[in-house]
Design a protein around this ligand. Sequence first.
Ligand SMILES: Nc1ncnc2c1ncn2[C@@H]1O[C@H](COP(=O)(O)OP(=O)(O)OP(=O)(O)O)[C@@H](O)[C@H]1O
Ligand SMILES: [Mg+2]
Length: 251
Amino acid sequence: MHSLKGGVGKSVIAISLAKILASRGHQVLFVDKDIAGYASYLAGIDGPGLIESLISPMSMDVMREVYTENGGIAILKYPGDGPRYGVDLEIIHRDSELKERWRKYCNIFLSGKKYSFFILDNPPAVIPDEEIKYMTKQVRVGLSQISMKCIVVSDSIADTISNSVTYAKLLASKGYEILAFVINMIKPYDMLSYRSRIEEIMLELNCKLGVLIAFQEELFQFSGEIKDFPVPQQLEEFVSKMERGESGIIT
Ligand SMILES: Nc1ncnc2c1ncn2[C@@H]1O[C@H](COP(=O)(O)OP(=O)(O)OP(=O)(O)O)[C@@H](O)[C@H]1O
Ligand SMILES: [Mg+2]
C-alpha cells in the first residue's frame, strides 16, 4: 500500500483487502508499518512493535491472528513507535548483535507459516528500500511465487491525484508494478465525475485496475474489532478481478 500523502485511506483499504481475502479462504500476512499502527490497534496489539521491542528487550507481543470462517489474517505490528522508528532502525543496523536478533525475529514472523497473500501497510511517501526487499525475501521463504505489486491510494483532491500519479511513476521507475490506483473519499454524489480521470490515470500508469471509493460515514475513524470493520463494497470486486487477472474500473 502506497500513498504520497498521509491519511488518504491506505490502512482502511489494506484492512478491507485482508478481510476479503481471508473470507475467501486465504491465509494473509499483514505487516503493519503504519506510524499510528491502526490495524494493530484494531487487532488489540497494545504494546510496542517489533522494532522497538528489539531495542528495549521486553516480551515480543507483536503478532495477532484474526480468524474468519475460512481463512485468517496474521497482523504483525512492525514499527508502531512513531518518530522513534528511523532512529531505532539505525541502531539495529549499526549493532551486529541487534541485527542478528532482527533477522531472527523477521524469520520467525515472516516465514513461520504458509501464507498466500502478504499485505504491507506502509506509511506515506515510501520508496521501496533494502529493508522492504529483505522483508519480501523472508516472506518468499513461505510463499514461493510472490511478486510485489503496489496499490497507490489518493484522496479525491485534484492536486493530490496529480502528485500521486507522479509518485506512482517514480515507484514504477524503480521496477515496481502498479497493480491499482485508488481514488478514495469521493463525495458520494460526485462519483461519476471521476470516471474519465481514473481512465486517464490507468493509461498513463499502464495499470490494470482503477478504483473509486466514496466517503462512507461508517468507515470514518472506525474503532472496533476487525470482524466488524465495514469493508467498502468496491473492494470485493477488486479482489475478484485481481484474482482473475482482469482489468477495469471499479466504482
Ligand atoms: N472511504 C472512506 N470514508 C470515510 N472515511 C474514510 C475513508 N477512507 C478512510 N477514511 C478515514 O480517514 C482516516 C485516514 O484513513 P487511513 O488511516 O486508512 O489513512 P492512511 O493513508 O492509512 O493514513 P496514514 O498515512 O497516516 O497511514 C481514518 O480516520 C479513516 O477512518
Ligand atoms: Mg495508514
